[in-house]
Design a protein around this ligand. Sequence first.
Ligand code: BG6
Length: 303
Amino acid sequence: MSTAQQLNTQFGITGQLGFREDTSGLIVAEINNTQATASLCLQGAHLMSWQPKSQATPAIWLSRDAKLAVGKSIRGGVPVCWPWFGAHATEPGFPAHGYARTTPWQVIESGSEPDGETRLTLRLLANEKTRAQWPHPCTLELIVSIGETLRMELITENTGSSDFVIGEALHTYFRIGDIGAARVSGLQDCEYWDKVGGSELKKQQGAINFSSETDRVYINTAAECVIEDDQLKRRIRIAKSGSLSTVVWTPWTAKADKMGDLGQPDGWREMVCVESANAFDNTVRVAAGTSHTLIVEYRTESV
Ligand code: BG6
């Protein structure tokens, strides 16, 4: 694995992109360009922060209890869930949301766009442990473009000779003023699996307001969603392609207390997860020799 110094020599961009080693030993990329700041941990290709320069408050939420540790997922940011979403279908011992978020990735390219955005491309480094859980020959890459818009492209390439089926999500934790003063619109009339109190198929009426634990997998929807935040007086627009599920999650008090890493007692109130996914009814068959790409684009608007 490359050191921060080697990465700086090979991929660093003066005045825009640098790499540092955290006290945990994990390497973090720091981006600061004319449009935004961001940071990304190479373990998990986990974007931890993003703040457009037009905004006084970060657009991505990171728990104040978030810890960087080898082999552990980070609470907040954008965990990459892959190659399954949620619990593994048949192996209860395999990690929830797959192994991509806790496995080292390598930087394979970086660049500066003419408009000032910074681009970073990472590839998952498969190892013996990941191959034991996912024996299919493939590559997984994440291209992140950081500017006033945050764009992420998750590309799964099947390099083997038989098809496989994946579940996936960019499990983004968005920063909001307060969960009681935020709504998610764009999913009107969509069907969703309600994971609170057993899995039941329901239909969304109007925008989503939050007053208790919410854990829903909206299916068969490519719609753009908007987080409307009355307290921070802004909207966050979530556009996507290659994704037919949208997961909306807030843990609320009891679950947050149980989880214990959400910035107790009420750090969880300042976030909502809107995840662009392919889950439940929408898992994706990737035929041998082909690839599948999930793309998201996030933009903030002050209102
Ligand atoms: C969401 C799930 O995507 O992720 C929730 O719908 C889950 O059920 C949440 O609690 C957090 O998962 P984890 O594995 O990061 O604690």
